[in-house]
Write a protein that binds this ligand. Sequence first.
Ligand code: NAD
Length: 259
Amino acid sequence: LPDLKDKVALITGAGSGIGRATAIMFAQQGMKVCLVDLKDERREQTKQEIAAAGGQCITVDVDISDPARVEEAYAQTVKTWGRLDVVFANAGINGVLAPIEDMKPEDWDRTLSVNLKGTFFCVKYAIPHMKKQGGSIIVTSSINGSRAFSGFGMTAYSTSKAGQVAFAKMASLELARYKIRVNAICPGSIETNIGENTKPTPELEKIKIPVKYPEGSQPLEHAAGQPEQVASLVAFLASDASNHITGTELFIDGAESLL
Ligand code: NAD
């Protein structure tokens, strides 16, 4: 594995799924990790698991759509460890799934506020700390950002995920002068808790969703991927082993997006 020892990272959505697996992998590699999530007992479990294994982490309650809380998370990270090397801007929601004609403006706004504006805040407030020595920012987008295959109701989600890729690419150009790299990762179906707060509207339930293949199947594994598989990619992008990679989007989906 690439050398990550002593790097300082902030991870959003660290209480569950991809963020949690990455936080544990980072800590196992000797990184110091700020675990950012909503006030959530799962995030505390992640913290306890890392601490029990001798890793170093702090936790901060943050709704990433609140810029003041994002700023505070960086302030606490730098106050604790004196620097910031890696940001994994990963937290995201499916939000309310509805056909476009039934989508409430406030439900559209919430999905975009968390997934897209939250990513903007996570990058914006990292810059003052990271530009001193450079670093790596990894944004979790999705194959949904460029492939319309997941059925109806995902327009807000998919729009936010496409926006994240565009944002990461523009940010990579702008921040190259500080030696800050910015990349987007695009996972396919990964076994996490993302579906648990997903709310399909009754209108959506009435629409037949065309599915070309059994849900979750991927050519490589014939099953959804695991968060740890995504964490390995994030670890590579966080490390200096990837120091010529910036402004790109990397698919990690077992070829699901090619079906
Ligand atoms: P998850 O629900 O297991 O984890 C997401 C975490 O983000 C949760 O702990 C949640 O509390 C946190 N979170 C949600 N809203 C937040 C907010 N406003 N502020 C702070 N934290 C917040 O889901 P996951 O699948 O691990 O999702 C991580 C990322 O991966 C998301 O951006 C998601 O869109 C993306 N993704 C997931 C899949 C998949 O199939 N699971 C596929 C492609 C992309």
